[in-house]
Design a protein around this ligand. Sequence first.
Ligand SMILES: Nc1nc2c(ncn2[C@@H]2O[C@H](COP(=O)(O)OP(=O)(O)OP(=O)(O)O)[C@@H](O)[C@H]2O)c(=O)[nH]1
Ligand SMILES: [Mg+2]
Length: 337
Amino acid sequence: MKFVDQAKIKVISGKGGNGCISFRREAYVPRGGPDGGDGGKGADVIIYADESLNTLLDCQYQQLYRGRHGSDGKGKNQTGRSAEDLIIKLPPGTQIFDANTDELIVDLDEPNSSVIIAKGGRGGQGNTKFATARTQAPRRAQPGEPGQELDLRLELKLIADVGLVGLPNSGKSTLISRVSNARPKIADYPFTTKVPGLGLVRGPDGRDFVMADIPGLIEGAHDGAGMGDLFLRHIERTRILLHLIDPSPLDEPSAIERFKVIMSELASYSYEVSHRPMIVVITKMDIPENKSAAEELSKFIEEQGLPVKRISAISGEGVRELLFEVSRTLQTSGAKK
Ligand SMILES: Nc1nc2c(ncn2[C@@H]2O[C@H](COP(=O)(O)OP(=O)(O)OP(=O)(O)O)[C@@H](O)[C@H]2O)c(=O)[nH]1
Ligand SMILES: [Mg+2]
C-alpha cells in the first residue's frame, strides 16, 4: 500500500436550515397564530483517530469534505431535521494545521479520540419564536447560520515507542520482521524500505510496544541525499531509538565512521531527536568476520556513554536480551512524545 504522510484538505460544515414563516390554518379560526418551526442544525465535521489507518492516502483521493445542511423548519411548528455529522477518519499521529496560518489546531495523538473541527451552523428560528404581545403575526424568521470553511494541512507523524535508525542494509527491516508482526521487504540493496512501517512487538516480559522501521539514512540525508531525512519525522514521536549498525570490516568507510554518520544526521535533523535515549545495536553477528570488528566498535560506542547490544536477526542470537533492554529502557524513559 502506498504511504502518504502529508495532505491538504478543505472541510466545510453544514449550514443550518432556515426558520419557517407560517401561520396556522384551522377550520373556523380565521386568523391563526404563527407556527413556523426552526431550521435543523447543519452537520459538524468531526475528525476521528482510527487505529486501523496508518497513512493519509485517502485524503489524496478526497480533498473536499462537505457536511450536509440542516433541513428548513416547516409549518405546524415542525423543526427541520438536523444533518448527520460528517466523520473523517485519519490515522492517529496526524497533526492538523490551519493551512493559511500554519497554526496547529489539533494533534490527533490519542487513538479513538475525536474532535469537532468545523461546527455545523445553527438552525434559524421560525416565526413562532418572534411572536410578541404587539406582533402576534410576525412575518419574519431567521436564516440558518452558515457552515464553517477551513483549509487544513495534515501531517502524519507515526506514534511508536521505539524507532529504528541506521544506514541502508543495516538490518532494520530484518529485525522488525523477526520481533514483530510487521513484514517489510528485506533485500541486500540500499533503500529497500521506501516507506515507514509499524510493528507490534510482544516484549519478553509481557509488555507490548510499537516499533517503527524507517528508510535508511546516508551521509547528507539532511540535504536530501538518498531518501533524505523527511522520514525522520516518524521517529520524532518515539521514546527511544535503536541505532542499527552492520559492523562489517569489508565496507567503507569504517564501522566507527558509519556510526558517526548517523549520529551527525540525527543531530542535523533535531537536537531533541539526537538526545533521545538510544541503544546501539550491532547486527549480523552470525557472520564470523564481524566478531572482531564488533569488539572494536562496541568499545568505541561505550566510550561515548551509549549502551550497546550485539545481535543476529537471522540466527536470533542476542535478540531476546535486546528486547529486555528495550523494555527496561522504555519503563525508565518517561511518557510518549
Ligand atoms: N547474515 C545476516 N544478514 C542479515 C542480518 N540482518 C539483515 N541481514 C541482511 O542484510 C540485508 C539488508 O537487510 P534489511 O533488513 O533489508 O536492511 P535495512 O536496514 O532494512 O535496509 P534499508 O531498508 O535499505 O534501509 C539483507 O540481505 C538481509 O538478509 C543478520 O542478522 N545476519
Ligand atoms: Mg529496510
